[in-house]
Design a binder for this molecule. Structure first.
Ligand code: DGY
Length: 320
């Protein structure tokens, strides 16, 4: 048994990280993504001190209750931890670690891809090319809307929100933002703060969601109606923040001109009516999906487990 103890992973460990993981832990890793019940069974069989899990593996209170008492730390390979019941982990003295910072740039890049894809009708043009470019667009056909110079309202001006703002400034987009608390001037970088989301919405030609999930539905029919008609709606944060029926209605009426979405209420198996609309550009939750970033995320999650098992408090813990 390795010095730091045993770890059960819910996902395969990629080749470049295997030596390090094996040097640190006695690691039981599968060759495919496991479901929650499978991980709980493995944990009860092997009595690990740590679990390495991913976003697709919910750990609610009833799951926590079935874990063996040996588990002291759970690290998720995601910055979001709305799939984990932190209160239940607290009650059992289990430290939860996540992966902040390392995915900021990749996620902000994806956000701009969503924005450009939605604004410029990328889905329909890619579809045309997939079909051998059979549709010849006339001069006034297939037109999108300009992104450059449009006012962007960002909800959630944390690390990812600020990285989106940096990129949007290169498109000469004035930035507004709504956050629980106002940022210091150096972090605002000229962005205009709105304490009230309702007051900001009418000014947003582009509305950008960049806040953590797990806080209920933010974008309701009433709030979509407060946007200027034809506004673009971009979400790379969490689908749970959006009333998808309200979004569908707003897209159909043209209240929302186009939406770029990387996240959905249900993943996978999302509401395919969103894809049937012409004015959407959709991706399957690939915000952080670059080789560099996913390696860094897995590495940081492993660091968190190693720190806790070595008796240190890791910077990437979200509780305790
Ligand atoms: C996260 O890490 O929470 C992201 O949603 C993954 O892309």
């Amino acid at each position: 048994m390795s010095e730091l103890g045993r770890v059960v992973a819910s996902l395969p460990i990629p080749g470049p990280l295997q030596d390090r993981v094996n040097a640190l832990f006695d690691c039981i890793a599968p060759d495919r993504h496991l479901k929650t019940d499978e991980v709980i069974d493995l944990a009860n069989q092997h009595q690990p001190a740590g679990l390495l899990v991913s976003l697709g593996m919910p750990l609610r209170a009833e799951h926590m209750a079935r874990l063996p008492a040996s588990v002291r730390v759970i690290a998720t390979t995601s910055v979001g931890y709305d799939h984990i019941d932190v209160a239940a982990a607290n009650a059992r003295g289990i430290t939860i670690c996540n992966t902040p910072d390392v995915l900021t740039d990749a996620t902000a890049d994806t956000h701009m891809l969503l924005l450009l894809g939605a604004a410029r009708r990328a889905k329909e043009h890619v579809h045309n090319m997939d079909g051998g470019w059979k549709i010849r667009n006339g001069f006034f056909q297939g037109l999108g809307v300009e992104v450059t110079g449009k006012t962007m309202g960002i909800v959630g001006m944390g690390r990812i929100g600020r990285a989106v703002a940096d990129r949007a400034r290169a498109f000469r987009m004035p930035i507004l933002y709504h956050n629980r608390t106002r940022l210091a001037a150096d972090l605002e970088s000229g962005a205009r703060y709105y304490a009230s989301l309702e007051e900001m919405l009418p000014h947003c030609q582009v509305l950008s969601l960049n806040l953590p999930g797990g806080q209920g539905v933010l974008m309701t029919a009433e709030r979509f109606a407060m946007l200027p008609k034809g506004a673009l709606f971009i979400n790379s944060a969490r689908g749970s923040l959006v009333d998808e029926e309200a979004l569908l209605a707003a897209l159909k009426s043209g209240q929302v001109g186009a939406a770029g979405l990387d996240v959905f209420q249900k993943e996978p198996g999302f509401d395919t009516r969103l894809n049937e609309l012409e004015n959407t550009f959709l991706l399957p939750h690939i915000g952080s999906a670059t080789i560099e970033t996913r390696m860094a995320m897995a590495s940081l999650a492993i660091d968190g487990i190693a720190a806790v098992l070595a008796g240190r408090a890791p910077d990437n813990r979200v509780n305790l």
